[in-house]
Design a protein around this ligand. Structure first.
Ligand code: SF4
Ligand code: SF4
Length: 356
């Protein structure tokens, strides 16, 4: 008789077996830590043991040769242990200070800059892009590479008023989360429906339920079951495209990029904050996205110049106010910017799946 297979509930694996032995031994028992130079953390345990962590930038989406190269560096110059930060920096741990300089040199010679700690611009967190997700309107990792090339100097030194976290998201779902400055895809036209395919490919009730503003209705088109979109209601969010690819919303001309500022995930010193949009309609212009880089750099260097020590971007904007933010950065203001769209509460009530 067929036996039911027991479910394997792995969950998140325990990270302790993978930690450097000194870290495992002194876990939660550190006396202090400091940073001898940008990109290097130094932890001292209550028992007197010390460990140095060297942080280097990576391109995040790596081929197997690059991963092997990083592992070889870990085996040869570090103690064979690495870990990745949430911003895709790689960290090597050593228990002997004399190993730090050769490790930094080996990383530099292989093209991995050391930095990203303290008040630097750390590597840009980015979403999956064309490699791993089925709905991107741009390549998040490409925009990140182009931007980080220009911000290299800010990665290897700690010259900002506070740490600066950047992110890039390749659709409006924005799985990149909140950041001090974020680049986010922005669709500007409702989806175009390929009616011949809808009946074969889409589960129509699922797509109707997905729309946050109830803009999609089932419809018969040329005698076939399909869908229609009330374009006056549609907010061009792109949420219907993943469950129904015939509702194509990506467009080479009308899918643009927007810049958002002032987001923060952590509770450190202040509560988490949501980002607000400060520039929109930038062209989705691979391979270097120069228009996006120009706006990000304008905001970043105005912040660097004007913020007080330890102010994050959101703190700086709160102190000077939004009108002066636009004056100082020179970005044009329109009525569509910085609003956090409180109207959503009323509109979301109209959907079939969310009720307040
Ligand atoms: S931002 Fe959107 S397209 Fe990009 S990985 Fe996340 S869900 Fe996919
Ligand atoms: S899910 Fe978003 S893009 Fe699709 S019809 Fe609704 S509002 Fe428009």
């Amino acid at each position: 008789m067929a036996q039911m297979r027991a479910a394997i509930e792995s969950g998140v694996p325990d990270n302790k077996p993978f930690l450097h032995p000194l870290m495992r031994k002194n876990y939660g028992n550190w006396r202090f830590h400091d940073r001898p130079r940008p990109g290097v953390l130094h932890h001292v345990a209550h028992g007197g043991e010390e460990i140095w962590t060297v942080r280097a930038g990576t391109q995040r989406q790596m081929d197997v040769y690059t991963i092997r190269k990083l592992c070889d560096i870990a085996d040869r110059y570090a103690d064979g242990y690495v870990r990745f930060t949430i911003r895709s920096n790689i960290e090597f741990m050593v228990g002997d200070e004399s190993k730090v300089a050769p490790l930094i040199q080996a990383l530099g010679e292989s093209g991995f800059p050391v930095g990203g700690t303290g008040n630097s611009v750390s590597s840009i967190a980015h979403t999956q892009g064309w490699l791993h997700c089925d709905i991107p309107g741009t390549d998040a990792s490409g925009a990140v590479k182009a931007l980080m090339d220009e911000l290299y100097a800010e990665f290897i030194r700690e010259d900002m008023p506070n740490r600066v976290h950047l992110s890039t998201s390749c659709c409006e779902i924005n799985c990149g989360g909140q950041a001090d400055i974020a680049v986010i895809m922005q669709h500007t036209k409702p989806p175009k429906i390929n009616h011949d395919l809808v009946a074969n490919v889409c589960e129509r009730p699922a797509v109707v339920a997905r729309c946050p503003v109830a803009a999609i209705r089932p419809a018969l088109v040329n005698g076939k079951p399909s869908l229609e979109v009330d374009e006056k209601k549609c907010i061009c969010c792109g949420a219907c495209y993943p469950p129904c690819p015939p509702m194509q919303i990506n467009d080479p001309e009308h899918s643009k990029l927007a810049i958002w500022v002032g987001g923060k995930n952590s509770n450190a010193r202040g509560k988490p904050t949501f980002m607000k949009m400060v520039a929109s309609g930038l062209p989705n212009n691979p391979p270097r996205w120069p228009e996006v880089s120009a706006v990000v750099k304008k905001i970043l260097y105005t912040y660097k110049e004007d913020a007080r020590p330890w102010e994050r971007v959101a703190d700086w904007v709160e102190r000077i106010g939004w009108p002066r933010f636009f004056e100082k950065t020179g970005l044009p203001f329109t009525k569509y910017l910085i609003d956090d769209w409180r109207g959503s509460r009323a509109s979301l009530n109209a959907s079939t799946h969310i009720r307040f």
